[in-house]
Design a protein around this ligand. Structure first.
Ligand SMILES: [Zn+2]
Length: 329
């Protein structure tokens, strides 16, 4: 029986149920919050507001409960290094609400690496990822269930390649799945897959996140031809692609038989410190996000996809079966 590590322990993959593959309970810079722990964060929508450090938990619980009310049983929490991954925080939210939370290890950077890693090779980095997978994360007893890396506008630089190779080697050593943040507008996906392939990763364990930020079916099918999963996972972030185009893309891919390769999610952050409240308000006024939340997929996306012909089996594949197959090991 395949199992999956969660912040409250290992469970049978069958117990994952309806799963949002990419949602953040907290997202804030690690250095800033270590230096100035009095800082809280920002609730990014409805309407944007400042949130003190003592409120972070309550806001995350609210998002978790909203998702649970829509039938969600599990979220993957893909916060990596520099995003303030906090598995103890996730565990408290999980224990209070009953939402299952699947944690990761890995580095979220577009290029920067600490000198510690600049002077060490990919194998040394992989050893630390394997530590989080086999031993535990920061002595909590919680183990990582998947690996995270990222490539964005700068492309696959030397540092980014090192992170990808390290993630790949940790995956080969342990059988752990990989979630790779991508940027279709910079054509990162093919190169990311190429590195995984060179390292001998089982590509059926790889998810290219944020592929849903493009409606270029040729680009998407080039990825799918390699056997990876794709994240249609930023619903509500209109600045990358509006909801109607996201839905049209998913519908076209369903028609082409790819239900067993897609995930639907929102990449929502219950709190996010990237922007001040003022800037966040300006971004919303400019239409950067619409309906962004941990429930948009259920409130607007699924009804629209059904209207466009999505079947119950296809929905079950994307929300239950694919997460089970990608995560289970
Ligand atoms: Zn994310």
């Amino acid at each position: 029986m395949a199992t999956v590590e969660t912040v409250t322990g290992r469970i049978d993959a069958d117990k994952l149920g309806t799963t949002l593959i990419h949602e953040h309970l907290i997202y804030r810079d690690e250095a800033v919050t270590t230096w100035w722990p009095h800082l809280g964060s920002v609730v990014p929508v409805d309407p944007p507001r400042a949130c003190g450090p003592e409120e972070l938990h309550g806001v995350a619980v609210e998002s978790a409960r909203a998702a649970l009310e829509r039938g969600v049983k599990t979220i993957c929490e893909p916060t990596g290094m520099f995003g303030g991954r906090d598995v103890g925080f996730s565990r408290r939210v999980s224990e209070e609400t009953g939402l299952q939370v699947v944690p990761c290890t890995g580095i979220y950077t577009y290029d920067y690496l600490p000198m510690f890693f600049v002077t060490r090779d990919a194998d040394a980095m992989a050893d630390l990822f394997v530590h989080d997978i086999e031993q535990s994360i920061q002595g909590t007893g919680i183990k990582a269930a998947f690996l995270k890396c990222a490539a964005d506008e700068p492309g696959v630089t030397e540092n980014i390649e090192k992170v990808h190779r390290a993630v790949a080697r940790a995956s080969v050593r342990t059988g752990t799945p990989i979630m790779a943040h991508s940027r279709p507008a910079s054509d990162t996906g093919p190169r990311q897959i190429e590195i995984f392939e060179q390292e001998g990763v089982d590509l059926s364990r790889v998810q290219i996140a944020h592929t849903g930020d493009t409606d270029d079916l040729n680009y998407i099918e080039r990825l799918l031809d390699k056997g990876v999963y794709i994240g249609m996972d930023r619903y509500g972030l209109e600045l990358f692609l509006p909801i109607e185009k996201r839905n049209a893309t998913v519908t076209a891919l369903l028609e082409r038989g790819y239900a067993d390769r897609m995930f639907l999610s929102q990449d929502y952050c219950a709190t996010l410190d990237w922007y001040s409240v003022e800037v966040e308000k300006q971004l919303l006024a400019a239409g950067a996000a619409k309906g962004w939340s941990m429930t948009l997929v259920f409130d607007e996306v699924i009804p629209a996809l059904r209207e466009a012909g999505m079947t119950d089996d296809q929905l079950e594949a994307m929300m239950v079966e694919n997460p089970k197959r990608w995560l289970g090991r």
